[in-house]
Ligand binder design. Structure first.
Ligand SMILES: [Zn+2]
Length: 271
């Protein structure tokens, strides 16, 4: 998508401006600013929805997946192991990656950005599986990629057990608490269907908000890619907060804030 399209005044930008009056940017599509508080003052919005990705958890010591230092870039064999078709042979690798991530997150605790979203009362849709939004106090978090904090029985046709990862990890290797078959982390794997209920919840939150924030994610891969357009079509103001923007601004967003989510959201929530 080119900037020509992004800057077109015919985009439904103005539809999202109800109740956000008084600023010079109304009716304009403004990109690459440095302050979220300047383009979307928190007090002007009553129903804030945040879509978050790996970038928000980097400050907790969790790496991203793509990019030069990304988890999959560094260990492509681990990325290949994350495929549903490799079950049950890859279950050790799954626990190594996701169980390891969970432990790092639990030890670090939520970041300032997680806390800022919780303090702002934002609804959260996350691609992360690290539990840090809940640890920050956000409620009703929609985890579209599942969570490393829970486990599932591998013998689902027979048993169907799902429970806390801690419960599964009482055995080594982790096992189902009901039937003692091996257990796996309740994280969505490559090639695996997303939970329709989580997707429906995500769509509802996006459609009901008046401010939609995408944080620490490009938002360009489905299902994240249709959440901002859903929010925008329903009249929300849409902002992407991105530390390392990649390519042209996504025309689904009214503005792109270039900066570290830790600083950007802390300033925004305190303003
Ligand atoms: Zn079982």
């Amino acid at each position: 998508m080119g900037t020509t399209e992004a800057e077109s005044p015919s985009l439904p930008a103005v539809d999202g401006m109800h109740g956000v009056g008084g600023s010079a940017w109304i009716g304009h599509v403004q990109h690459d600013v440095s302050s979220l508080a300047a383009v979307a003052p928190r007090e002007r919005f009553t129903r804030i929805c945040a879509l978050t990705g790996a970038g928000i958890s980097v400050a907790a010591g969790l790496g991203t997946f793509r990019g030069p230092d990304g988890r999959w870039t560094m260990t492509p064999e681990m990325e290949r192991a994350m495929h549903v078709q490799l079950l049950p042979g890859n279950v050790d690798a799954l626990w190594s990656v996701w169980g390891g991530m969970w432990d790092v997150a639990a030890a670090a605790g939520p970041t300032a950005a997680h806390r800022a979203l919780a303090a702002a009362g934002a609804s959260v849709i996350t691609q992360n599986v690290d539990g840090l939004h809940q640890a920050a106090g956000s409620v009703g978090v929609v985890e579209i990629h599942g969570t490393a904090g829970r486990a599932r029985c591998l013998d689902e046709d027979f048993c169907g057990w799902t429970g806390s990862a801690d419960e599964a990890k009482r055995a080594d290797p982790p096992q189902c608490a009901r039937c003692t078959e091996p257990a796996r982390p309740a994280v969505i794997l490559f090639g695996e269907m997303l939970d329709p209920e989580a997707l429906a919840q995500a769509r509802r939150l996006a459609a009901e908000c008046d401010l939609f924030l995408a944080i620490g994610t490009s938002g360009r891969v489905a299902p994240a890619s249709w959440l901002a357009p859903t929010a925008r079509q329903a009249g929300a103001f849409c902002v992407n907060v991105d530390l390392y923007p990649d390519g042209n601004p996504d025309p689904a967003f009214h503005a792109r804030v270039v900066g570290d989510a830790q600083d950007v959201l802390t300033e925004w929530a305190a303003a």
